[in-house]
Design a protein around this ligand. Sequence first.
Ligand code: HEC
Length: 123
Amino acid sequence: MKRSFIAAAGLAGLLSACTPAMDGETGGGEAAPTQAELIGQGEVMAEALCARCHAITREDESAHSEAMPLREISWHYPVESLAEPLAEGIMVGHPDMPEWQFEPKDVDAILAYLESIQVPRET
Ligand code: HEC
């Protein structure tokens, strides 16, 4: 277990600092989850849904040889650009990857987790 909780916590602080709670709009009365909670939920989802093909931590190997480790998404495009595809279920056009349609709160959780595991591109 060498996961970087420090980096994740730092990122969480940063994000929550510039995202004021959006209570008025939801009207649900539920407290918005903290960034740490989102990351935790996203990790559970990634383990359940993505791990059988993609590497989902900072150091594991992808089980499916063509599925890039999710920590490298940011090498190709900003992680948050996945928000729409994840919500609309138009993820990718390749046969092996299943298609999902996630609830907005689940998208937030997955993206929070993905952000928390990104690594810089090696040169
Ligand atoms: C059954 C195997 C499988 C599962 C499960 C799976 N993927 Fe994939 N995924 C793939 C493969 C294979 C590719 C690469 C295929 C390609 O390049 O055309 C891929 C590609 C991707 C890409 C890159 C798309 C692009 O821009 O080309 C992203 C992002 C991604 N997956 C995210 C996820 C996430 C998030 C999950 C879990 C919610 C997930 N995948 C679950 C097999 C899977």
